[in-house]
Design a protein around this ligand. Structure first.
Ligand code: PLP
Length: 398
């Protein structure tokens, strides 16, 4: 069947029409257990009553007014995000890439507002993923994604993730900021050690740089903390979030301290849709749930149970699972067979997992997952592993 969608994705031949909790129902009525959460987006699963109520209530009142007017829902959400984080100010966007664009602009503008416009360069990291706009592709530096799109945006230097010396070697008179994911998601759930993140903070302080964190995938409860940088105690100056903050509604944001945001004044930045009443009403409802007492503890406990189960899987299927990594409900299974084949084998067990770099399958279930669902997912993963065990077993038998 041909499609009029621009063919930039190799899509699975599978479509869903309904979701409930951590379960998705395909158009043929078959139910799938979703360990992908729409790539870490469906933080509260599908059809969460509190989100639906907020969406319906705001949807019936007013969707959009533009940022030419005050938006009480955005004001309220910004105030709560600031109160729960290091930040003084929040700018809402519609996606992660836009949140990163704003964060990058804010960092550059800060140095310029300080009288150092030459300090526009940013140290970013190999393996990083920050989005698909030209600036965020340039920040990510992945040659595969940049190929054919002309010169990347000037001003990004790429260090080795986890290697402070490689960062320091790149800091020069034009460097103004460091941009990093606390856990590199697309690269294969590569966890930045707390001492690495604290080391980056120290380098920033020593060299007058801003620390910009990309918490698009790690943020808003995914790791069992509201933000992943809390594990390290390394507080950023600017941070981008998206994905889980909208629970499926396209919503992102960048957050900044008053000082780091001081270059961003009337006219410095804008968006038509960003922070509209509908999106920020839904974002507020997500935060109600994520910040409710006990919720983040639940994520941490669920993550620990899942990780333990994955480690058991490694013992059971050493020829398939090479390792397990990650925090909370952002986990990665290092595979021996090609990840694409494993993702397909999991799908045959009616389980969704997400491929990533380093031959890793990402496990990013909705944060509301319960113990029985975790155990069911582990059973399905074990069955997927068995597909790859089989040839070795039959060889041994034969
Ligand atoms: N930053 C990180 C860490 C991401 O994982 C992603 C998306 O996967 C982005 C930025 C880009 O977000 P979006 O696809 O919403 O533009």
């Amino acid at each position: 069947m041909t499609s009029s969608l621009l063919p930039t994705y190799a899509r699975a031949d599978l479509a869903f029409e309904h979701g409930e909790g951590v379960w998705l129902t395909a158009t043929d009525g078959v139910r799938y257990l979703d360990f992908g959460g729409g790539i870490a987006v469906a933080s509260l699963g599908y059809g969460h009553p509190h989100l639906l109520a907020a969406l319906r209530e705001q949807g019936e009142k007013l969707w959009h007014t533009s940022n030419l007017f005050k938006i009480p829902q955005a004001e309220a959400l910004a105030e709560r995000l600031a109160a729960a984080s290091f930040a003084d100010f929040v700018f809402f966007t519609n996606s992660g890439a836009e949140a990163l664009e704003g964060a990058i602009k804010t960092a550059r503008k800060y140095q310029s507002a300080c009288g150092r416009p030459e300090k526009f360069r940013i140290v970013a990291f190999k393996g990083a993923f920050h989005g698909r706009t030209m600036a965020t592709l340039s920040a990510g530096g992945n040659p595969k994604y940049l190929e054919g799109f002309g010169p990347p945006l000037e001003g990004f230097d790429h260090a080795e993730f986890g290697d402070l010396a490689s960062v320091e070697a790149l800091i020069g008179p034009q460097t103004g900021a460091i941009l990093v994911e606390p856990i590199q998601g697309e690269a294969g759930v590569r966890v930045g050690a707390p001492e690495f993140l604290r080391g980056l903070r120290a380098l920033c302080d020593r060299h007058g740089l801003l620390l910009v964190l990309d918490e698009v995938q790690t943020g808003v409860g995914r790791t069992g903390r509201l933000f992943a940088h809390e594990f390290s105690g390394a507080t950023p100056d600017i941070m981008a979030v998206a994905k889980g903050i909208g629970g499926g509604f396209p919503l992102g944001a960048f957050l900044t301290t008053r000082e780091a945001g001081k270059g961003m004044v009337v006219g410095s930045h804008g968006t038509t849709y960003g922070g509209n009443p509908l999106g920020t009403a839904v974002g507020g409802a997500v935060l109600d749930v994520v910040l409710a007492p006990g919720f983040l503890d639940h994520v941490a406990k669920a993550g620990a149970r899942l990780k333990q189960g994955l480690l058991a899987l490694k013992d059971e299927h050493p020829g398939v699972v090479a390792g397990v990594r990650g925090e909370g409900l952002m986990l990665g299974v290092e595979l021996r067979p090609p990840v694409g084949e494993f993702v397909a084998a999991a799908r045959a067990q009616k389980l969704i997992v997400i491929p990533a770099g380093d031959n890793v399958a990402r496990i990013l279930p909705p944060l509301v997952i319960d113990d029985a669902e975790i155990d069911e997912g582990l059973r399905r993963l074990s069955a997927a592993c068995a597909v790859f065990d089989a040839p070795a077993l039959s060889e041994a038998a034969g």
